[in-house]
Design a protein around this ligand. Structure first.
Ligand code: PLP
Length: 362
């Protein structure tokens, strides 16, 4: 039987969440569950993270899905809403919205419903993706203050390279944020809540924790830093992707393996065929030598990744048909596999496809 499966370890998730609490003891935690909780399943994860103070999603439909599943905690919509109707719906389900451009201010001003709205102004502190520029922030904020429907006031920004502790960009972003915050706070007696830190910020920039931190990748047990493995940060993998050996064949030295003959046997050896491929979300660009774990032992991927299968060089190791092969997760860090495929763990975790069987390990 083909047995490609994705297993979630909810204990690991709870452990990683506790690590966030340890690192940012005075902040509330907005657990990022956008993109199906980085491929883990937003509802499963949100239900498991009973201690989180709230959840972060990218857009309205993701917030609605959480509400429909019975999640009643705070939800922040990071890209905000795109139409008046969406704003009305966000207010109705009590989702907090980010406002990052003037067009979104109009939705608040024109809101005629009875609900109150929690509005977070997004500052572009230097990433230059979303947000008001520092010099635009005060006038945008005045317009928010003038709206009777607005209840909670917040201010957020996002770091571009908090994963690089040497970089000058993060301290510059923090200083920009602090200056604009001071300016806005002068405009009102109501508190303005602050949120800056993603996972890298939580670990490396405690001065940027403030009211709410926004951990994503670290909750799922992967490192936000290129040069620091997840276990050094005491994070545990939540997702384990595995399948089984469906064939073992021998090849002679000089024989090519797989599409395009990307690998040629450098000696007489045995090949293991594992039933997983890019049709399951295993990265097609994984290079020769990418580790695959079989019975606790690492074997190198050889030859091109196909849609349904990959090939590993078994040498004369003792393995059998049907043995379990771990592609990443427990025993093999997704970060290492991502590096071998010239990408980041985020992408691998997000891209596991629906034909992979999902299981939850309580
Ligand atoms: C995705 C996201 C995060 C989480 O980032 P990680 O690096 O996964 O911790 C935080 N804030 C915003 C605005 C995001 O889009």
């Amino acid at each position: 039987m083909r047995d490609a499966q994705l297993e979630l370890n909810l204990r690991a998730l709870a452990h990683n969440f506790k690590r966030v609490r340890e690192l940012a003891p005075n902040a509330k935690v907005l657990a990022m569950v956008k993109a199906e909780a980085y491929g883990h399943g937003a509802i499963v994860v949100a239900k498991a993270l009973a201690d989180a103070d709230g959840f972060g999603v990218a857009f309205l439909a993701e917030a609605q899905a959480l509400r429909a599943a019975g999640i009643t905690k705070s939800i922040l919509i990071l890209e905000g809403v795109f139409t008046q109707e969406e704003f009305n719906q966000a207010a109705e389900i009590g989702a907090k919205v980010i406002v990052h451009q003037p067009e979104q201010l109009v939705f608040i001003e024109q809101y005629r419903g009875a609900a109150s709205a929690d509005i977070w102004l997004k500052l572009n502190s230097g990433m230059n993706r979303l947000g008001f520029k520092p010099e635009q922030a005060a006038s945008a904020f005045q317009r928010i203050l003038a709206c009777a429907c607005v209840r909670e006031l917040g201010m957020a920004t996002h770091f571009a390279q908090a994963d690089d502790v040497e970089s000058e960009q993060t301290p510059t972003q923090i200083a920009t944020f602090n200056a604009v915050y001071a300016q806005l706070q002068c405009l009102t007696d109501r508190p303005i809540l602050r949120s800056l830190s993603n996972s890298a910020g939580i670990v490396s920039w405690p001065e940027a924790h403030h009211d709410w931190v926004r951990p994503g990748i670290m909750l799922y047990g992967s490192s936000p830093f290129e040069n620091q493995p997840a276990d050094a940060l005491n994070l545990l993998p939540v997702m384990t992707l595995s399948s089984r050996l469906i064939a073992i064949n021998s090849v002679k030295k000089g024989e090519p393996v797989g599409y395009g003959a990307r690998w040629i046997a450098d000696r007489d050896t045995r090949l293991g065929i594992v039933a997983i491929g890019y049709g399951d979300g295993y990265p097609r660009h994984a290079r020769n030598g990418t580790p695959v774990l079989i019975n606790g032992q690492r074997f190198p991927l050889v030859g091109r990744v196909a849609m349904d299968m990959i090939t590993v060089d078994l040498g004369d190791a003792h393995v059998e048909l049907g043995d379990k092969a771990t592609l990443w997760g427990e025993g093999l860090a997704v970060d290492e596999v991502a590096q071998c495929a010239q990408t980041i763990s985020y992408e691998l975790l997000c891209k596991v496809t629906s034909r992979v069987t999902r299981k939850v390990k309580a």
